[in-house]
Write a protein that binds this ligand. Structure first.
Ligand code: NAG
Ligand code: NAG
Length: 193
């Protein structure tokens, strides 16, 4: 009797540990934490996609950009291991060991979805999505407006100046013609005297 019971207990223990292991696998050993998933930046600013990855073994972190039909790999790296940043992004992307990514000098076409895929050694992976909105810089518009206003003012000033010059020239010509006619008139008028 006792013998059987002991076997039961062992079986139950084995069964339980297998169940727990399966649950562990199903739930995924990868956990990611990100304080902010939706970010807004202006053109030329920097953006930091903050992430904290924890998993068994060394994770492989891959960032992908998606916008409409466009999907391109930004880079892949392993904490303390290799880093492979795509040529399009080299110099603008900073890879962090906790999975975070820094993107500098944001452009309008950087707006879209950013997906980070964390893959652990066993092959399980987990995706986390971020959204980036990019605003056009206001001061550039203002600069454009002020330059346009200045150009218009210059054109107006030039027009006014040329009108004034033309008017002056016309007056001078009229005066000169009068003066040219005057002596003749004087002469004819003075002749009888
Ligand atoms: C990830 O690491 C960076 C740099 O050490 C840190 O600034 C950032 O806050 C970390 N992210 C999280 C979610 O802990
Ligand atoms: C780096 O990534 C690109 C694009 O994902 C890939 O084509 C290239 O083979 C990778 N280079 C290395 C050294 O892993």
């Amino acid at each position: 009797m006792w013998h059987f019971r002991l076997w039961d207990v062992q079986d139950v223990a084995v069964f339980l540990s297998i169940t727990l292991y399966m649950c562990h696998l199903a739930a995924g050993a990868i956990s990611t934490h990100s304080p902010q998933r939706s970010l807004t930046r202006s053109v030329q600013e920097d953006v930091f996609f903050s992430l904290e990855v924890s998993c068994d073994g060394t994770p492989t972190i891959q960032w992908t950009f998606m916008s409409g039909a466009v999907s391109r790999t930004i880079g892949t790296w392993q904490p303390g291991g290799y880093t492979n940043i795509t040529e399009d992004y080299s110099g603008r992307v900073q890879a962090f060991n906790n999975g975070s990514m820094g993107l500098s000098d944001v452009r309008l076409q950087d707006a879209g979805h950013y997906v980070v895929t964390v893959t652990e050694t066993a092959g399980n992976s987990k995706d986390t999505g971020f959204v980036l909105k990019v605003n056009e810089v206001l001061y550039e518009d203002l600069q454009y407006l002020s330059v346009s206003a200045l150009a218009l003012a210059c054109v107006a000033a030039l027009l006014m100046l040329s009108t004034w010059l033309l008017d002056k020239a016309y007056r001078r010509i009229v005066a000169w013609r009068r003066r040219k006619q005057m002596p003749e008139n004087d002469a004819t008028e003075l002749q009888p005297l």
